[in-house]
Design a protein. Structure first.
Length: 657
């Protein structure tokens, strides 16, 4: 049979049945990880429900088009401050409910750790509602302390907890703020900080409230397991805690020792680790109380996780508990340990950061082009090569494997194809195969791979390791992984990704995403799925623009749940700077509006970060252009164009425009 007569293996889905938006919602599993904040509109676009009420919605494509019209083109982070508010209320409600149900006699507050997202507008949103809900803020460094002191000015009652390593200056600032009437508590991370505290307390004649961080034996699991445990970097060991009580007693400062603190790691995926840690901390709390420490607060740190992959399991990208279960387990544990010891229930604090802000941010980026693995070989090329005299054996073997594609044993077909492709490459490298035969071999190999993928579906390809990823189309997207999704690169964090439009069309391609940095690591090839991460994401083919010219219709992808940690951890790889960020809210009458715009870095700004002087660059280039025109290498209009590009470029976005 000639290659051009062969049918490609049949697709699983009947193409005559129209694809529905419900199928898209199921395919991308919006319900599993979207926590009720997302849905698909009838026209196939993603809708955001900031209060989980589908009648009050924001159409993401409409927002992106509105931003484009305002010269704020992707990549752009869209933040929904209303979602932060909703998450904060959820947390409040879950703990209030647990407190009511168990008869717990202490109160609960959350302290938002600003390192999770320090952008001023995010912090202000948390502060404003937080003040109403009795929440506070947490800092971990001197700059964060200064930012929070300013943020909470005029709100003296708002609790501020200071973690992190501290020097004299840090501690003096806290003590003075305490003297000003601020509700601020330094948490001692290392024993010598107690001595600094005692020195400053005496110098300013005040007994400040003091917290101590316990280095628990219990630790989290996964990425952040090192935050606690015997070898943890932070906190006082049990013997140091005992010494701390004695030291403060000697210094007449024991009255200040009000809080016991711990933090066993972020993204705690297994509720059992939370229970162990809270039990251990509660027992330490009652023991220290019995030794005379007037403790009244227990701070269990952060760690409340997010179900990034929607599997509701104890895997690294998920959690095997709900917010209500977390609150109930924590409150129940503390209460039972304190009741057994006859110790009053403490005011409970958590430093939940990720859980408050992760849902509030989505990164929108545009897929600019794609490199598609062909599912049929180039017939002319293959037939030409096969028509030669002395066709090399590997090419014949590949043709044979291709012919067995529809009914042969898949593993055997694939292994034969890999073997023949490798032999073809060796022959070519030794000079025994010409370039036409090599090209035909590659065409056949890719067509075999795609055919197997279509015949079996990605799920049944476990035995053909890595094939789905190998065959994924490469979608080149206008963003930098290092700037906008650092955790995807650094710790393989999974973020859910969904096209924000065309969801009324079947996504027929399987792709991986590549960013525009010059780094092969700048790609995403692990995607959330029910049975663990998969190697490709179903996407739509890119369409030519209306005129069928070189351009294409925009294709926008939303990368969700990026509100925590990503913005500040991002770096300037390739000098691709901060993206634009906007805050979008729903008005009373159901329209969306832009509340805040933070424009992304310009080329000039990123050059200055690395000590280039833009005006000097301009001057140098201007002279070089002048010399080139003088020497006849450039025409005068060409020189002017180049100069214009330089001038415009300096003030422009660092991403492709
Ligand atoms: N508190 C402390 C001391 C931390 O180090 C962290 C982050 O690791 C947090 C709170 C916030 O944790 P999460 O965002 O997991 O709630």
């Amino acid at each position: 049979m000639s290659i051009s007569q062969r049918e490609a293996p049949p697709d699983e889905r009947d193409p005559l049945v129209p694809w529905t938006t419900e199928e898209s919602a199921r395919l991308y599993r919006l319900e599993d990880w979207g926590s009720g904040y997302l849905g698909v509109s009838e026209r196939g676009t993603i809708e955001v429900y900031p209060s989980k009420d589908p009648s009050r919605k924001i159409d993401l494509l409409e927002v992106v088009e509105g931003l484009n019209a305002r010269d704020l083109s992707p990549p752009v982070i869209i933040r929904f401050p209303d979602i932060i508010g909703y998450r904060m209320r959820d947390l409040r409600d879950s703990f209030d409910q647990a407190i009511r149900e168990t008869g717990y006699e202490g109160r609960y507050s959350c302290l938002y750790p600003i390192k999770v997202n320090q952008q001023r507008h995010v912090c202000e949103a948390v502060r404003d509602l937080g003040h109403e809900l009795g929440f506070g803020l947490e800092v971990g460094s001197k700059p964060e302390l200064l930012a929070v002191l300013a943020l909470t000015a005029g709100r003296n009652d708002m609790p501020v907890v200071c973690n992190g390593f501290k020097d004299d200056e840090f501690i003096e600032t806290v003590i003075l703020a305490s003297k000003m009437g601020r509700n601020i508590i330094p948490v001692v991370e290392q024993f010598h900080e107690l001595e600094l505290l005692a020195k400053q307390a005496k110098a300013h004649q005040i007994t400040p409230p003091i917290g101590v961080r316990a280095r628990l034996a219990a630790s989290g699991t996964g990425r952040w397991a090192g935050s606690a445990g015997f070898r943890g970097k932070f906190g006082l060991s049990v013997s140091e805690l005992l010494r701390a009580v004695e030291y403060l007693r000697d210094q007449h400062l024991l009255d200040g020792l009000r809080m016991l603190h711990c933090h066993i790691g972020s993204q705690l995926s297994d509720i059992r680790t939370v229970k162990y840690a809270v039990s251990e901390l509660s027992h330490l709390y009652v023991e220290m109380f019995r030794l005379g420490a007037p403790l009244e607060m227990m701070d269990i740190g952060g760690g409340l996780g997010i179900d990034y992959d929607g599997t509701q399991s104890a895997t690294e990208s998920s959690t095997n508990y709900t917010l209500d279960q977390y609150a109930s387990d924590v409150i129940h544990r503390i209460r039972s340990v304190c009741d057994d010891a006859g110790v009053p229930h403490p005011h409970l604090l958590t430093e939940s950061g990720r859980a408050l802000v992760a849902h509030s941010g989505v990164l929108i980026c545009e897929a600019l082009s794609s490199r598609v693995v062909p599912d049929r070989p180039d017939a002319e090329l293959v037939e030409g090569a096969l028509g030669q005299e002395d066709v090399p054996q590997p090419l014949l073997d590949l043709m044979d494997a291709y012919e067995r594609l529809a009914d042969g044993d898949p593993t055997e077909v694939f292994n034969d194809a890999v073997h023949a492709r490798d032999e073809a490459l060796s022959l070519f490298n030794l000079g025994y195969m010409d370039v036409a035969c090599r090209a035909a071999s590659e065409e056949l190999f890719w067509a075999i791979g795609s055919g197997l993928l279509r015949r079996l579906g990605e799920d049944s390809l476990d035995e053909i390791d890595g094939l789905p990823g190998l065959l994924g189309d490469l979608y080149f997207c206008n963003f930098s992984l290092f700037q906008s999704l650092p955790d995807s690169w650094a710790i393989d964090q999974i973020f859910p990704i969904v096209p924000i439009h065309r969801l009324d069309e079947e996504p027929t391609q399987r792709g991986i995403l590549a960013d525009i940095t010059c780094d092969s690591d700048g790609r995403i090839d692990r995607f959330a799925d029910e049975l663990g991460p998969r190697g490709t994401l179903q996407l739509h083919p890119l369409l030519p623009d209306e005129n069928g010219k070189a351009g294409k219709e925009p294709y926008y992808l939303g990368i969700f749940l990026i509100g925590a940690y990503q913005e500040t951890l991002g770096d300037l790889h390739n000098l691709l700077g901060d993206t634009h960020a906007v805050h979008v809210r729903l008005t009373e009458d159901g329209r969306w509006r832009i509340d805040e715009v933070v424009e992304g870095d310009t080329v000039r700004e990123v050059l200055e970060y690395v000590q280039f002087v833009p005006d000097e660059i301009r001057r140098t280039m201007r002279m070089d252009i002048e010399d080139s025109v003088d020497a006849g290498k450039l025409t005068l209009p060409e020189g002017v164009s180049l100069k214009r590009f330089l001038d415009l470029g300096m003030g422009g976005y660092t991403y492709l425009e």
